[in-house]
Design a protein around this ligand. Structure first.
Ligand SMILES: [Ca+2]
Ligand SMILES: [Ca+2]
Ligand SMILES: [Ca+2]
Length: 416
């Protein structure tokens, strides 16, 4: 077994845009890799596998500590969700043919059933079936040839949000049943394309919200903005009553950067920040200070996710993982009745602020402000009931009264 320090969240190089989980320590996958017990995951207080009927081999092998840690199984269901939450993945694209992703994608039905080469839904993008490539300006969202030989960051992130559950291979995720993935390629692999382009990002944000994304996942950060980009983020993440309102899930880097960067630096009402937590329950050393607000600890270390072939899967550590896992948790909860009726602001107020931030689960304190009292840990315990719970939720499930109260509140809103 590795010593505890070996799998703590460690500082990783953060590119200009991507808070790269592309780590030199990544483990090349061999056949069956995710299914063989990993020593680093056994450092976690051994929680039971919470859902006995889920057959993904990495889950059954006890390798998804991070999934049990966030009580991800509580967001699963065997019946199709009426209203899955579309999660936009702002990254370098994703391998949409991967076995963990191909059935988990948001689909633009007008384009799927439309004519090739024609903008069937008139949204300005031709054949945008699962998202858009804003780098090359086409509908191919897979990592292109220029990225081959490099690890696709976006493929890993997409899988941590919503990998397919119960397909007998690999991993599962909190958003497996409740989230659908919109793939937005906003950063390339080499040269100019590997840097942030505020104009490109502005267009991608506009696309995401117009096409119905409700969670915008940024496993990346940047330090230079533009007035137009600020305006779009204000509209999406702050202005009350905005038709473009969505949750922005923002990465907080952990390489000792003095500032968290954007979008974490926006002190907006709908920005939720992922604070990286190692599998020793402690904050990742070197985590940047983040503004006070909706800050939730989320796993970063010893995390298995999908990777394009020939690897298939790989083991990673980094603040990117925390962000994607948090996005999956939020989407999983939001897609579950009665929460599926809530608007973005209602979800933030009643679930994130009033419930998740008030959880008794906290990380161990960090070494510097604002983390010297630890941070509340993200989990799906808000979905725990007397009959259906998870190991990490025991002792602080909501009472039946509080669930009934929310249901009354929600149905009251619907009747208006
Ligand atoms: Ca179109
Ligand atoms: Ca078309
Ligand atoms: Ca799977």
């Amino acid at each position: 077994m590795l010593p505890p320090q070996a799998c703590r969240a460690i500082a990783l190089p953060l590119a200009v845009l991507l808070a790269a989980a592309i780590s030199p320590s990544s483990t090349a996958a061999q056949a069956g890799f995710p299914c063989q017990p990993l020593s680093c995951s056994t450092l976690i207080p051994s929680l039971p596998v919470d859902e006995p009927h889920t057959n993904d081999c990495a889950y059954r092998a006890g390798n998804l500590w991070w999934l049990d840690y966030v009580a991800g199984s509580l967001a699963w269901t065997d019946t199709p969700r009426e209203k899955p939450v579309i999660v936009a993945v702002f990254d370098d694209g994703a391998d949409i043919d991967h076995e963990e992703l191909r059935n988990q994608l948001w689909t633009n039905e007008a384009e799927l059933h439309g004519r090739p080469g024609v903008d069937d839904d008139g949204n300005g993008y031709v054949d945008d079936v699962h998202g858009w490539n804003f780098v090359e300006n086409n509908a191919d969202v897979s990592p292109p040839a220029e990225c081959r030989g490099r690890l696709s960051h976006g493929t890993l992130m997409a899988s941590l949000i919503a990998a397919q559950r119960n397909n007998r291979v690999g991993i599962a995720a909190a958003g497996s049943d409740g989230a659908r993935l919109m793939i937005l390629r906003v950063v390339g692999c080499v040269g100019q394309n590997a840097s942030l382009d505020p104009e490109r990002l502005t267009r991608a944000l506009d696309y995401a919200t117009r096409m119905g994304a409700r969670v915008l996942s940024f496993s990346n950060h940047w330090y230079a903005s533009s007035p137009e980009l600020d305006r779009v983020f204000t509209e999406i993440a702050d202005r009350p009553g905005s038709p473009q309102a969505a949750l922005v899930v923002a990465s907080v880097p952990n390489k000792g950067e003095p500032l968290a960067g954007y979008p974490a630096a926006y002190a907006f009402r709908r920005v939720i920040r992922a604070i990286p937590i190692g599998n020793d329950d402690a904050l990742s050393p070197g985590t940047s200070p983040a503004p006070i607000g909706l800050n939730l600890g989320s796993p970063s270390a010893c995390v298995i996710g999908a990777s394009p072939r020939p690897e298939g899967y790989r083991l990673e550590q980094g603040s990117s993982n925390s962000t994607a896992i948090l996005s999956g948790v939020l989407a999983g909860i939001w897609s579950t009745p009665p929460y599926d009726k809530l608007t973005p602001d209602e979800f933030v107020a009643r679930v994130v602020r009033d419930r998740m931030l008030n959880t008794p689960r906290r990380s161990k304190p960090g070494s510097r402000p604002p983390y010297d009292h630890g941070v509340p840990l993200a989990d799906a315990c808000v979905l725990a009931t007397e009959k259906h719970s998870a190991g990490v939720c025991r002792g602080h499930e909501p009472t039946r009264n509080s669930v009934n109260e929310l249901q009354r509140h929600t149905s009251g809103r619907d009747s208006r």
